[in-house]
Design a protein around this ligand. Sequence first.
Ligand SMILES: C[S@@+](CC[C@H](N)C(=O)[O-])C[C@H]1O[C@@H](n2cnc3c(N)ncnc32)[C@H](O)[C@@H]1O
Length: 244
Amino acid sequence: MNIYETPRLVAEYLLFHYGEDQDILPWSLGPASALGFPKRSVNELLDPSRLPASARALDLGCAVGRSAYELAAHAGEVIGIDYSHAFIDFAERIRRGQDVPYQRADEAALSTDLIARRPVSGDPARITFEQGDAMHLRADLGAFDIVHAANLLCRLTQPALLLERLPALVKPGGQLLLTTPCTWLAEFTPPENWPPGRTRDWLRQALEPHFTLESEIDLPFLIREHARKFQWSVALGTRWRRCQ
Ligand SMILES: C[S@@+](CC[C@H](N)C(=O)[O-])C[C@H]1O[C@@H](n2cnc3c(N)ncnc32)[C@H](O)[C@@H]1O
């Protein structure tokens, strides 16, 4: 069973991507700097200064789609791809302008009814969502000025397959925005496919023949499980420039 197809994870990710800050974190003592990750994973890594007028962007592992709207502020065409049919279905319903009801878990059987709405910024006409496998992307996808893959690598059974495809996916001079919390788990990735040492060193070894590492930042994020339980993680965020 793919957990990203389950109603619990759909609701968690609708809240993570489209929830108001106060709906996610009702505690003034909580880690507020970790809110807004689907926006920050684009905006804190992207270099907006060197993009062509009609840039193409790809969001791999886009989940329910929030980062695509940030990419659409900089690109005339954005494709969001995720392996989960349920996530893509919700991403597309929101993109079409539907108000999507979901339940936020509070405590025990208690929950709160919330609505996921399309963001006001980021032209939805520029965005398409499709179900697909980041390890076996369709051959006719073309190349992109921006490829964004947030917290995807350590959810792949064979992350090396994506790393091998990346040089062809990013145009010369284009940007690769990668984030990973380095949460390698056997339930997603067989241990023989984990980085042999630090994830950062493994990425450099795989990418540096084709990319230059331009930026490296820590990106905290917060996923709410219920009102008193949260996952607080710190992703390693990197921006890589495809060599000319
Ligand atoms: C940890 S979530 C991150 C989602 C989103 N990028 C974010 O930062 O909120 C991992 C995502 O990768 C997707 N995923 C897992 N395996 C995939 C694959 N082989 N191809 C594409 N997406 C995949 C999952 O469905 C899920 O949406």
